[in-house]
Design a protein around this ligand. Structure first.
Ligand code: COA
Length: 136
């Protein structure tokens, strides 16, 4: 298995992105809304096994000071092979020098981030409008 990573949205299979979202148990998204949201990403990573999308990750950021990593997802059949770590690391490096890069993590994913050097913040507040994120 040789995974390659791109930053390219052109020609992307949006149905497959929604399938990944569904595979990890997140709520399905409206395709039109998702395209608009992804086009506004600061940085993007898409992991492919040949021509099959097996992972995604992106940032929402201002290009200089603040960034947030969102939608880090790996197809369950490909988890545990280092793909999530690689995308996380690539996205974080894109934002080297920013004042702050943050993300939210469900309870079960806290160790994943802590094991990769991310520090849990005591100062963050968030206004969650999504019931499925209420434990974050
Ligand atoms: C979180 C998520 C993106 C991690 O992706 P992943 O590709 O499985 O992550 P990795 O393979 O890099 O690391 C996961 C584990 O696999 C193991 N691993 C990493 N690289 C490996 C390799 N080359 N070979 C074997 N095992 C490896 C590690 O032990 C790691 O566990 P650790 O956190 O205890 O160190 C994935 O679990 C996912 O999509 N979850 C559902 C969506 C989600 O919750 N996203 C995060 C939002 S909070």
């Amino acid at each position: 298995m040789k995974i390659h990573y791109t930053t390219e949205l052109t020609g992307i299979d949006w149905q497959r992105i929604n399938e990944l979202i569904e595979l990890v148990g997140w709520p399905e998204r409206d395709l039109k809304d998702m395209v608009l949201a992804f086009e506004k990403s600061g940085y993007l990573r898409i992991a492919y096994d040949e021509d099959k999308i097996v992972g995604i990750g992106r940032s929402v950021d201002d290009g200089k000071y603040y960034g947030m990593i969102v939608d880090l997802i790996v197809d369950p059949a490909y988890q545990g092979c280092g793909i999530g770590s690689e995308m996380l690391s690539q996205l974080r490096k894109e934002m080297d020098g920013y004042y702050n890069v943050c993300l939210t993590a469900t309870q079960s994913k806290q160790e994943f981030y802590q094991n990769r050097g991310w520090k849990k913040s005591k100062a963050a507040f968030h206004w969650s409008q999504n019931k499925s994120n209420s434990d974050q």
